[in-house]
Design a protein around this ligand. Structure first.
Ligand code: NDP
Length: 286
C-alpha cells in the first residue's frame, strides 16, 4: 500500500527581540530530529508593538505553542487564555502551550533550573543564597520556594527590585525570604546549602566579570549554580569547583527548559544529552 504523503509539519517557535543570538532553535530542532518528530521551531524577531499580531498569527496557523523571551515575558500574558500556577505567581511567561483551543502560559525558566538540580540536591528544607532579582531570579526563587526550600536570601544591588522578589516569596509561598543589599563583598553563611548566580554577571562578552563574593566563604558542602549559559564555565563555576563545591552550570537550565517545553508541546520526553551536545557545539565554535 503506498503511504499517504504529509508535508504539513507541526509548528512551534519563539518570539523575542532581538532574536538572532538565541540558540534555542538549534537545540530544540536537534531534539525534534533525534526523535523523528515532523515538528519545526521557528525563531522570530517580534517587536513589542507586534506581539499581539504574532500570537494571533500563531493561533491562525495552529502552532502547538511558542516560547517568549525578552522583552515579552510579562506583556504576552494579555494575549493568552490563562496561566499555570508558578507563572501566575511570577507574572511572567516564557512558554505558551496550546491546550484545546486555548494558549496557556507557563514558565519553564525556574522549572528548567529545578530540573538541573535534580539528582544533585533536593532543595526541600535548604537555605538558599540567590544573587539577583531580575526575571531569572524571580523564576528560580518562586520555583525553589514552591519546591519546599526553607529560606531564600535574595542578594541584590538594587533594593527595590530585590524587595519585590522577597515580598513575592513571603506572600505566595511558605519559604522565608530576606533581602540582603549587595554593596560590599558578600560572605556566604556556612549553613547555606545552595548558592545561585541569577544575575547577568559573566555573560558573553563580559566573560571576565566576577560576582563581588568572598570565594573563601564557599564550602565543599555547598552546591553552587550559575544561570549563565554562555560561557558555561564562568569564573564562579571554576572558583566553586576549586573550593570543592558541587557545581551546576547554566547549560543545564537552558537544556531542561527546552526538555519541558517539548514535553508540553509534543508529549515526548526529549533526550537532554542530544540538546546539550548541540549547545556545546555552538558555544565551542563561537
Ligand atoms: P534582568 O535584567 O531581569 O536581571 C539582571 C539581574 O542582574 C538584576 O538582579 C541585576 O541587579 C543584576 N546585575 C546585573 N549586572 C550587575 C552587576 N554588575 N552587579 C550586580 N548585579 C548586577 O535579567 P534576567 O534575570 O532576565 O537574566 C539574568 C541572566 O540569566 C542573563 O544573563 C541570562 O542570560 C540568564 N538566563 C539564563 C537562562 C538559562 O536557561 N540558562 C534563562 C534565563 C536567563 P539590579 O536589580 O541591581 O539591576
Amino acid at each position: 500500500m503506498p503511504k499517504e504523503l504529509n508535508f504539513l509539519s507541526q509548528l512551534t517557535g519563539s518570539f523575542s527581540q532581538s532574536a538572532a543570538g538565541n540558540p534555542t532553535v538549534a537545540m530544540i530542532e536537534a531534539a525534534y530530529h533525534h526523535h523523528g518528530l515532523d515538528w519545526r521551531y521557528i525563531n522570530c524577531e517580534v517587536s513589542p508593538e507586534k506581539l499581539g499580531d504574532a500570537v494571533r498569527g500563531a493561533r491562525a496557523m495552529g502552532w502547538a505553542g511558542f516560547n517568549c523571551s525578552l522583552p515579552h515575558k510579562v506583556t504576552v500574558i494579555e494575549h493568552l487564555d490563562g496561566v499555570g500556577e508558578s507563572a501566575a505567581i511570577m507574572r511572567a511567561v516564557n512558554c505558551a502551550v496550546r491546550r484545546g483551543n486555548q494558549y496557556i502560559g507557563e514558565n519553564t525558566d525556574g522549572k528548567g533550573f529545578l530540573m538541573s538540580l535534580e539528582g544533585i540536591v533536593d532543595p526541600r528544607g535548604k537555605r538558599i543564597v540567590l544573587f539577583g532579582a531580575g526575571g531569572a531570579a524571580r523564576a528560580i526563587g518562586v520555583e525553589l520556594a514552591l519546591a519546599g526550600a526553607f529560606s531564600i536570601s535574595v542578594v541584590n544591588r538594587t533594593a527595590g527590585r530585590g524587595m519585590e522578589l522577597v515580598r513575592l516569596i513571603n506572600d505566595k509561598t511558605s519559604a522565608k525570604a530576606e533581602l540582603i543589599s549587595w554593596q560590599n563583598k558578600y560572605k556566604v553563611q556556612p549553613d547555606a546549602g545552595i548558592v545561585i548566580n541569577a544575575t547577568s554577571i559573566g555573560l558573553y562578552p563580559h566573560v571576565h566579570d566576577r560576582l563581588d563574593l568572598d570565594i573563601e566563604s564557599l564550602k565543599p558542602s555547598m552546591v553552587v549554580a550559575d544561570v549563565i549559559p554562555n560561557p558555561p564555565r564562568t569564573h564562579l563555576i571554576k572558583d566553586a569547583e576549586a573550593r570543592g563545591c558541587t557545581i551546576v552550570d547554566g547549560l543545564g537550565m537552558l537544556v531542561n527548559q527546552g526538555v519541558i517545553g517539548i514535553k508540553y508541546w509534543t508529549g515526548v520526553d526529549a533526550d537532554a544529552t542530544v540538546m546539550r551536545r548541540k549547545l556545546e557545539e555552538i558555544y565551542r565554535e563561537q
